[in-house]
Design a binder for this molecule. Structure first.
Ligand code: ADP
Ligand code: MG
Length: 227
């Protein structure tokens, strides 16, 4: 579903050039849960930003559902809006919007009618166990609850792929456990693929594939279960 071939990424800051990714090849199949591990600075976020079509300044080829990306802003935006979901370490909810409004946002971008939006958002909030908090703003929710809202927002439009950058890094271990289990069960139900950058061993236990990155190079790719 997402295929990266010979990806090279260099950051240029003034005179300094830093090669963040070297000849990265990656294939994420539908419904697959992929963990991306590696020390800080190894290029995980850079790789996720390319997978999420947030950064198109790279060498190499990216194909989404077989279609070669032309580094076209509108094409990328269209694919993000319809097929991708995002979860971040710091949750990144919109502070002035309620949990309901945060989750509704991707559906509004996709032009759904109000009745449909309400039905989907309430079903999704129910799934993540937050129906009672629908009208709370993020500052009244705990970290784990905020991340559950973020997961609901990432999945509400039934994306093909969710990109999660250190989704459990700001959470205590018990909450992290619940978040990992939640992502896994929701992903399985809807056949959503996940690529998750994480230091968290619990995450890798739940994944179909683990990719180890170091200094921008894939060192090892483990297939944990046959698809
Ligand atoms: P990770 O997520 O694994 O910690 P990153 O992808 O954030 O790694 O960073 C990989 C390398 O690229 C690091 O050396 C980092 O300092 C550098 N880097 C990341 N973003 C930028 C940027 N916007 N400009 C310059 N260098 C960057
Ligand atoms: Mg990072």
């Amino acid at each position: 579903m997402l295929q990266l071939t010979h990806i090279e990424k260099t950051y240029t800051t003034g005179e300094i050039q830093l090669q963040a990714l070297r000849d990265v090849n990656l294939h994420i199949q539908a419904g697959m849960m992929v963990a991306l591990c590696g020390p800080s600075g190894s290029g995980k976020s850079t790789l996720l930003n390319i997978c999420g079509l947030l950064n198109q300044d790279y060498f190499g080829e990216v194909r989404f559902a077989g279609e070669l990306l032309m580094r076209d802003y509108r094409q990328a935006m269209e694919i993000r809006r319809t097929h991708l979901g995002f979860v971040f370490q710091k949750f990144n909810l919109v502070p002035v919007m309620t949990a309901f409004e945060n989750v509704a946002y991707p559906l509004l971008l996709n032009g759904l009618k109000a009745v449909e939006v309400k039905r989907c958002v309430m079903a999704m909030l129910d799934h993540v166990g937050l129906i009672k908090f629908a009208h709370y703003r993020p500052d009244r929710l705990s970290g784990g609850q905020q991340q559950r809202v973020a997961i609901a927002r990432a999945l509400v439009h039934q994306p093909k792929l969710v990109i999660a950058d250190e989704p459990t890094a700001s959470l205590d271990s018990e909450t992290a456990e619940q978040i990992v289990a939640l992502m896994k069960s929701l992903g399985r139900e809807k056949e959503t693929a996940f690529i998750v950058a994480s230091h968290d061993d619990r995450m890798t236990l739940h994944c179909d594939k683990v990719i180890h990155l170091k200094d921008g190079v894939i060192q090892l790719e483990e297939n944990l279960c046959a698809a």
